[in-house]
Design a protein around this ligand. Structure first.
Ligand SMILES: [Zn+2]
Length: 439
């Protein structure tokens, strides 16, 4: 991408910084290297929405990404729809990945087999370290993969609140209890199980829990107790998505998170009927739990202004740009520029790749994030509101210090940009001429 001179200088300075990747779904590396990969693995994630929205039938999409099906047939499914989605921002990290890791400038009929062979050859132990640490400069990546047995030098887990809050049968309840050597005969017993389970997650390295911004409805202890008794007696009940038991347990766990010093990450926006996930649903929850620290995800897209004002008004809510840069760089930049007016600098977290299997795409997403942050900060520099040195300092807060502080990550100190001669060299006064940012 072509950047202005100021944007380019800031982009290069930001590229030198270490990163706390504040949201992924990466499983342990052993899971990735045990699976077969090929070029379509690069389309196994968010691009699904674009392929299907562009007209590919869902069952054909599933075939397209199934490594057990013949590669050539899958290319036939892929090719016409690729032309429809290839200039969208979901697609760009795949193109960056084939260029940076597999030596190809594009994905075509002539090279899809070659890319696939190279991907499988590179799918070996060490791939996470090579991509995340060496290529991306990621110090740690927070990951939500439903388990805590990850390489703690590189990955830090968050666990789902709904595992304990959204129980729908006696079997589920007793299974959660028996995993911890307990048996449940009342709601009080179950609250003890939850305390034990959450403390166990924390002892295994978890730094946070995850929920979604929804209308959960009132959390009445009496009603919750009645539903819980019915579940234990009858085995199951026809509970709607939002019900008083789920709401009650959620609120209990949000207080528990504060006591355990766990951050609560909050999905907001996007997906399906995104109105049901609007960040506004989360306002009363944030207000009822002032001691709990929340990390509001995805800029609440498309409700970016609402999310910004939430970050401004509530001291216990941080704003995380995970996923945003690939949803739309333009929306991200426009909103972030407004957020600079609104939101204190310590509340913004610049990056989370939000990928699971295609770890290669984290790099392209991070490159796009650096571009976005460089553009927004450069705009402010050109308006005379910031110096370039101040801009780099802000970038360092957003990419590293803020997520480190919010999640209380114990990471070895890295030199500050202003004391490091490598950064000094890049700031006005002694700037090297940088090449253009590609991709
Ligand atoms: Zn996610």
């Amino acid at each position: 991408m072509n950047l202005s001179a100021t944007e380019q200088r800031l982009y290069e300075a930001l590229s030198e910084l270490e990163v706390v990747d504040a949201h992924e779904h990466l499983p342990p590396e052993a899971v990735r290297v045990a699976s077969r990969v090929d070029v379509f693995t690069l389309f196994s994630h968010y691009t699904r929405t674009d392929f299907i929205s562009a007209g590919l039938a869902p069952q054909d999409y599933e075939r397209m990404i199934d490594p057990e099906e013949p590669l050539a047939e899958r290319w036939q499914l892929f090719a016409p729809y690729w032309e429809r989605i290839r200039f969208g921002s979901y697609a760009r990290p795949a193109l960056i990945a084939v260029r940076e890791f597999y030596g190809q400038e594009d994905i075509t009929e002539d090279n899809y087999e070659e890319i696939s062979a190279r991907m499988q050859a590179a799918n070996k132990p060490g791939i996470y370290h090579r991509i995340l640490r060496e290529k991306c400069r990621i110090r740690v990546a927070l990951t939500q993969c439903g388990r805590t047995d990850v390489d703690r030098d590189l990955l830090v887990p968050l666990m789902p609140i709904d595992y304990y809050a959204n129980v729908r049968s006696a079997e589920e309840i007793q299974q959660r209890a028996s995993d911890l050597g307990e048996r449940v005969s009342s709601l009080e017993d179950y609250l003890t199980v939850i305390e034990k389970g959450v403390a166990k997650w924390k002892s295994e390295g978890a730094v946070g829990l995850k929920m979604a911004s929804r209308e959960y409805g009132p959390a009445d202890r009496g009603e919750a107790g009645a539903i819980f008794r019915r579940l234990l007696e009858r085995g199951t009940d026809h509970l709607p998505e939002s019900n008083p038991l789920r709401a009650f347990l959620l609120h209990q766990i949000l207080d528990l998170a504060a006591r355990e010093e766990l951050v609560v990450a909050v999905h907001a926006g996007m997906w399906g009927d995104f109105r049901t996930l609007a960040p506004g649903h989360f306002i009363p929850i944030a207000m009822q739990h002032p001691q709990t620290r929340f990390d509001l995800y995805h800029m609440g897209m498309p409700y970016v202004r609402e999310a910004g004002v939430i970050g401004k008004n509530f001291p216990n809510v941080w704003l995380n740009l995970c996923w945003s840069h690939i949803i739309s760089p333009k929306m991200t930049c426009a909103a972030l520029d407004e957020w600079m007016d609104l939101v204190p600098l310590n509340k913004i977290i610049a990056f989370g790749g939000d990928y699971s299997k295609p770890v290669e795409k984290v790099y392209g997403h991070l490159l796009m994030a650096r571009e976005d942050i460089a553009k927004v900060l450069a705009g402010r520099v050109e308006e005379g509101l910031l110096s370039e040195e101040q801009a780099v300092k802000i970038g360092r807060q957003w990419f590293y210090e803020n997520p480190q502080e919010l999640y209380r990550l114990e990471l070895p100190a890295v030199p500050s940009p202003n004391s490091n001669p490598r950064y000094r060299k890049r700031l006005p006064g002694g700037l090297p001429k940088g090449g253009k940012v590609r991709g």
